[in-house]
Ligand binder design. Structure first.
Ligand SMILES: Cc1cc2nc3c(=O)[nH]c(=O)nc-3n(C[C@H](O)[C@H](O)[C@H](O)COP(=O)(O)O)c2cc1C
Length: 280
């Protein structure tokens, strides 16, 4: 499948998401690693792709800008972006993958500038980070979650951030963070996130369980049956972020749904678990 590759477009450009997808991969990359991962995600999912370009480009070897980058990260700065899409353009997407290199334990701050610009509430946001060592992955991912406070995240939750105010020293809290660091790791990662499978391009067809075992889904034509052993609240979102169904649940609940992609979100106590499902 040939994909529209939109590497840059300005506020004034007319940009229409390709007709068969409402997924965007937005990323920043200085030396190409995140670009390669982002491109592979777009290839597999059929998403549009957009590269965030800083107004002031970094040095060709970004390590020459290390002090500047550290200052931006440690002081939570928002460097400006040269090619921000208009709010209407971004509103047209229901799922946004957001990728960045890990720079001084944080995402590149231009990615946060991008995220701060839009109302991403109710949208599915899938953050990913490429890195040199695994020491600060949680710090970086936590930041992307914080910049999208009202979004539905995949994964739904991160490991506990042991010392949220300390982004300068490793906390040994990265276990459980799953992100692709090479294009070759994207397929497996998308499958583990239940965002893609070799059989189809989006969502899960057939029965599925949430990763944490909180609930399972039986998928029939015309709807799903959600099963959970404990009392909780269930919301089913369509891919525009609208609630398609909502109720409390214990053991079993049948949800009539027309064909399409949905996010099933179950809240039991403090725990929230999301599962993407394609209803046939
Ligand atoms: C200034 C700078 C700071 C970096 N800081 C970190 C870091 O804190 N942790 C880490 O694992 N990798 C760090 N890296 C390595 C990058 O995250 C890694 O090479 C990344 O894949 C580069 O992505 P890109 O090729 O898309 O720019 C740093 C790289 C640079 C240039």
């Amino acid at each position: 499948m040939l994909l529209p590759v939109v590497s840059s477009f300005a506020q004034s450009d007319v940009f229409t998401p390709s007709s068969n997808t409402k997924t965007l991969v937005a990323y920043f990359s200085a030396t190409g690693n995140t670009r390669a991962v982002a491109t592979r995600i777009a290839e597999l999912t059929g998403a549009d792709i957009y590269e965030i370009e800083p107004s002031r480009p970094y040095a060709a070897n970004p390590y020459d800008d290390s002090q500047l980058i550290q200052n931006e990260a440690y002081n939570d700065l928002r460097p400006s972006v040269a090619n921000l899409p208009s709010k209407e353009h971004i509103a047209g997407y229901d799922t946004i993958y957001v990728g960045s290199p890990l720079w001084w334990h944080q995402p590149a701050m231009v990615v946060c500038t991008f995220l701060d610009t839009y109302d991403l509430s109710g949208k599915v946001v899938v953050p990913f980070i490429t890195y040199g060592s695994t020491t600060y992955l949680n710090e970086g991912m936590q930041k992307l979650f914080k910049c999208t406070p009202n979004s539905i995240h995949v994964p739904a939750q991160l490991p506990e951030d042991i010392d949220p105010d300390n982004i300068r020293e490793p906390q040994n809290d990265d276990a459980g963070i799953d992100v692709p660091n090479r294009a070759s790791q994207v397929e497996g990662w998308l499958e583990r996130m239940k965002l893609w499978s070799p059989k189809e391009t989006t969502g899960i067809i057939g029965d599925a369980s949430s990763d944490d075992g909180l609930f399972s889904i039986r998928n029939q034509k015309g709807g799903i049956t959600v099963l959970t052993p404990k009392v909780g609240n269930m919301s089913v979102y369509d891919m525009a972020g609208n609630i398609a169904y909502s109720s409390s649940i214990i053991r079993e609940c049948s949800v009539p749904l027309s064909k399409g992609l949905y996010i099933v979100s179950i809240k039991i106590g403090d725990k929230v678990s999301n599962q993407k499902v394609f209803v046939i």
